[in-house]
Design a protein around this ligand. Structure first.
Ligand code: ADP
Ligand code: MG
Length: 459
């Protein structure tokens, strides 16, 4: 037998050791590679390459890819945003029908009459969504029939003076119209001329007009009504819907003829009952979430929480937050507990979009008021105290504080927008001073939210 055929036991042991070491090296290398490439939680994954580099090299991590690779319960999250107006508005069919009844002559016999309707109702009852959907349908119906009808939806919280409202109306037809140089009356006359010359009609929605009136009075209603009523032998070009939680229709504010025209057509929106909220949520869930992602019990919990206020906006916000919670826990389903958690983090009165839209000066001042309220633990603080705190907040944020008169004006503005509450103190204790409180939001929650907003800008 050839000695070649014999296996030397020492040699076989060596071979085994080589194989084992090679395997171990492969496993170790694979393990390292896996960790550096896929480890999402530990972003300090490090490589130590012997002989090539003597120190640890941080591996760059792609946060965008990380986020994109995560699974989500949402199919179309944007459909839960507050600005989205769905095609169908369950439980508001009657209101939409009433509006169509009021305004149909604008299409049947344009120019013959002008209509004015007031829509009133608590927050989140669908006033804005209904008027937007309705005006869309009016515009489409008019277009089909060759009538030049334009809808203009103006949020009077944003367009805070009659001038800005009229300018916005005019810019619909003359986008390059200069911002300054004309009086409000001139703007209105120019608008009428355009409408007359081009044979156009206008359906104007003045949304959130209650805030506007609180701050600026009701002259705008008077002016627009007069503009309509003065046109005896000319086509009526303007009809309008005014919207608010409560439009102060009393003779202290409005003259009797404006009053009587407006009082004739008041459409009241009532709070949504729990079953209505359920239908609204169910439809939105179907559109915005993946199939079966939201448990029915979760919708029930949200309806129970939101039905006290009958506020669809609050309900939708809770749904959105519950979904986000599911995503952040990488869960497949939105369980009721996420909705309960969402309730703890959300306050129905914390209208985030309102606070987010405030200019930075206002945010700083509001932060000062909130901090002072927290410090005093009372319902109201004085203007002086807020101003003092405002100076230290400005210092903290490297912002030049503004003079008293300016700050006082901002306080009035915030009050008119329902963001804070002000009242005059009783005489005696500290003389007459303005007392400042918060409308409904807990100070702690508002402070947190403001800090987030201010922080975003600082980064
Ligand atoms: P309001 O103007 O009365 O404060 P909104 O019209 O802004 O209320 O409604 C608040 C939110 O609830 C919006 O996102 C809106 O799309 C939604 N919403 C209100 N009513 C309905 C409804 N009937 N069907 C579907 N969504 C609704
Ligand atoms: Mg609204």
């Amino acid at each position: 037998m050839a000695s070649d055929d014999c296996i030397d036991p020492n040699e076989s042991e060596m071979t085994m050791i080589w194989i084992l070491s090679a395997e171990l090296a492969t496993i170790t290398f694979g393990y390292l590679l896996y960790h550096c490439a896929f480890n999402r939680t530990n972003h300090t994954s490090l490589f130590k390459v012997k002989g090539v580099q003597k120190h640890w090299i941080p591996m760059p991590r792609d946060f965008v890819e990380d986020e994109l690779s995560k699974k989500s319960v949402f199919k179309a999250e944007e459909l839960l945003s507050i600005d989205y107006v769905p095609e169908s508005l369950p439980h508001r069919e009657e209101e939409l029908r009433s509006l169509a009844r009021y305004f149909k002559t604008m299409i049947i016999s344009p120019g013959t009459t002008s209509h004015r309707v007031v829509i009133e109702g608590p927050v989140g009852t669908g006033k804005t969504a209904v008027t937007k959907r309705f005006c869309d349908q009016m515009e489409k119906a008019a277009e089909k029939r060759g009538i030049k009808l334009h809808k203009i939806h103006i949020n009077c919280r944003v367009h805070k003076s009659a001038y800005l409202v009229y300018l916005r109306m005019l810019k619909e037809f003359e986008p390059k119209f200069p911002k300054r140089g004309h009086s409000p009356e001139e703007l209105l006359q120019m608008l009428l001329e355009i409408l007359d010359n081009e044979d156009r009609y206008l359906l104007l929605v003045l949304d959130e007009l209650d805030y506007f009136i609180k701050q600026r009075g009701a002259d705008i209603l008077y002016d627009l009504t007069r503009l309509i009523d003065d046109r005896l032998n000319a086509p009526q070009r303007l009809s309008m819907i005014v919207v608010g939680r409560k439009i102060p229709l009393d003779d202290g504010i409005l003259d009797s003829s404006t009053l009587s025209t407006l009082q004739q057509n008041i459409l009241r929106f009532y709070k949504y009952e729990s079953n209505a909220l359920y239908d609204i949520l169910a439809e939105r869930t179907y559109m915005a979430f993946k199939p079966k992602a939201v448990m029915d019990e979760t919708l029930q919990v949200i309806c129970d929480i939101a039905s006290e206020r009958g506020d669809a906006r609050y309900a939708i916000e809770l749904l959105l937050r519950a979904g986000k919670q599911a995503d952040s826990e990488e869960a497949d389903r939105v369980i009721p507990d996420y909705a309960r958690q969402a309730k703890a983090d959300t306050h129905p009165e914390l209208r985030k979009e309102v606070f987010a839209a405030l200019p930075r000066n206002y945010k700083l001042l509001l932060l000062a008021a909130v901090r002072q309220l927290k410090e005093n633990r009372g319902a109201y603080v004085t203007m002086g105290e807020v101003e003092e705190m405002y100076h230290s907040v400005c210092e903290e944020y490297g912002h030049e504080p503004r003079a008293h008169t300016q700050v006082w004006e901002w306080i009035q503005d915030l009050n008119a927008h329902g963001t804070i509450d002000t009242k005059r103190s009783g005489t005696g204790q500290r003389g007459q001073t303005t007392m400042i409180g918060l409308s409904d939001v807990p100070a702690e929650l508002l402070e947190q939210f403001l800090l987030e907003l201010l922080e975003k800008r600082r980064k």
